[in-house]
Design a protein around this ligand. Structure first.
Ligand SMILES: C[S@@+](CC[C@H](N)C(=O)[O-])C[C@H]1O[C@@H](n2cnc3c(N)ncnc32)[C@H](O)[C@@H]1O
Ligand code: SF4
Length: 404
């Protein structure tokens, strides 16, 4: 879920009633902010609590969902994504209640994709079966590594064996299953990473997310890294590992469809495609974001980040929106490029026109665009606008050069 934005707040009255967005399909994100323990690398909005009042949390999420149903105008929900935190810690009855409420406020598309992020430590067959019965049809497992030493370094509570067991179980129970790996760990080499990827390929079904370790400010890893307790692989090695990942997975029928995401054709995450292609989505729960197209720009919603602040706001006013921000047409263009160029297939012409309200040629500066095309970083052809592999590896600089 996109987090960083530089829009100025020009409409900070989330209490005022109005109807936002409108159209056919909506993507729904549900944030569950609790975890059993906090991993030292993670800066997601995730918290450890001694006890969670499950009934209050269920009611809070349902109430905020109802608020958004009342102020938006869509025909159906195309995808639901339970993210976190660790949503596999949610009571399956709460997951079922949210899915049922979404289907009754709008309706669910016939092929609705309902994903839930699961941590290998919080799953057992019974829980998976109950989540499946609740309506979840896709699971994304936070495996992170298939090597016990790496898992210990990452502060994970599961072993490689637990992860394998959870992957196999998830594939038995859910129609679609994916898992996450993190690479570019200290001392990782091409050889060790190839070995781990081979293990992963023996287990993967049709979708795999592979993230390069990011050292996030404010995390315990940031302090360790600053002190020099360990070093991450140099940039050139990180780039090699990125290339090895793309080659290996493409050769086995799992091409990258986004910088960090690989799938057999047709098995891409539909929910995440809604973010990357700037489609409309709402987010409920602490720290969730929403984006609804509005005239030439969009309306952005940011929910209170602290779990207790969010819950109190929902209980007193029906929603936990902290800021409602109007995104200008220019900012919408920046966002469309930032998100869409992450996709291997880039932004098709019709999608570009839908998001930006103009053609690529009319919306972008020709000199800047041509310089990037001549440099081999961007392609503009009949299919649309996309980054080349060289462009993808330095996407931030490409965006800087494109937008000035
Ligand atoms: C929101 S987390 C949820 C997954 C679930 N809570 C778990 O940990 O099993 C989504 C994914 O982001 C990735 N991630 C989180 N922090 C990261 C970091 N600093 N660098 C790279 N990947 C990270 C992990 O692969 C993780 O599975
Ligand atoms: S990586 Fe997952 S389990 Fe670990 S703190 Fe972050 S959200 Fe929680």
């Amino acid at each position: 879920m996109p987090n960083d934005r530089n829009q100025h707040v020009i409409d900070q009255n989330p209490h005022e009633a109005a109807i936002f967005g409108g159209g056919k399909s909506l993507a729904l994100y549900v944030h569950w902010p609790f975890c059993r323990s906090k991993c030292p690398y993670c800066d997601f909005n995730s918290h450890v609590r001694d006890a969670v009042d499950q009934a209050r949390w269920r009611d809070g999420l349902l109430r905020e969902l109802e608020y958004f149903a009342n102020v938006t105008n869509y025909r159906e929900v195309g995808s639901i994504f339970f993210g976190g935190g660790t949503p596999s810690l949610m009571p399956p009855a709460t997951v079922a209640a949210i899915i049922e409420a979404a289907a009754s406020h709008w309706s669910c598309a016939e092929d609705v994709e309902i994903t839930l992020e699961a941590n290998p430590t919080s799953v057992e067959a019974r829980k998976f079966a109950d989540l499946r019965a609740a309506g979840v049809n896709r699971v994304s497992l936070g495996v992170q590594s298939l090597d016990d030493r790496a898992l210990a370094f990452l502060g994970r509570e599961h072993s490689a064996e637990d992860a394998k067991h959870a992957i196999i179980l998830s594939q038995r129970i859910f129609p679609r299953s994916s898992f996450d790996l993190i690479y570019a760990l200290p001392e990782q080499t091409q050889a060790t990473w190839r070995h781990e990827l081979a293990d992963a390929l023996n287990l993967v079904e049709s979708h795999l997310s592979v993230y390069q370790l990011t050292i996030e400010k404010g995390t315990p890893f940031y302090g360790d890294w600053r002190r020099g307790d360990w070093v991450t692989p140099e940039e050139a090695i990180g780039a090699e590992l990125f290339e090895v990942t793309r080659e290996t997975l493409t050769d086995t029928g799992l091409p990258a469809y986004e910088i960090s995401n690989h799938a057999r054709p047709g098995e891409e995450s539909r929910h995440n495609l809604a973010y990357w292609l700037s489609r409309d989505y709402i987010g409920i729960g602490p720290g969730a974001h929403g984006r609804l197209a509005q005239n030439a720009g969009a309306m952005a919603f940011d929910q209170h980040r602290a779990p207790e602040t969010w819950l109190e706001a929902v209980e007193t006013q029906g929603h936990g929106t902290k800021n409602r921000i109007s995104v200008s047409a220019n900012e919408r263009l920046e966002e469309a490029l930032m998100m869409g160029l992450r996709l291997t297939s880039g932004i098709p012409h019709d999608e570009f026109k839908r998001i930006v309200g103009n053609t690529v040629e009319a919306a972008l500066d020709a000199t800047r665009l041509n310089r990037l095309i001549d440099g081999g970083f961007i392609v503009l052809d009949k299919a649309g606008l996309r980054a080349t592999p060289a462009g993808l590896m330095r996407l931030d600089s490409v965006l800087g050069a494109l937008l000035g």
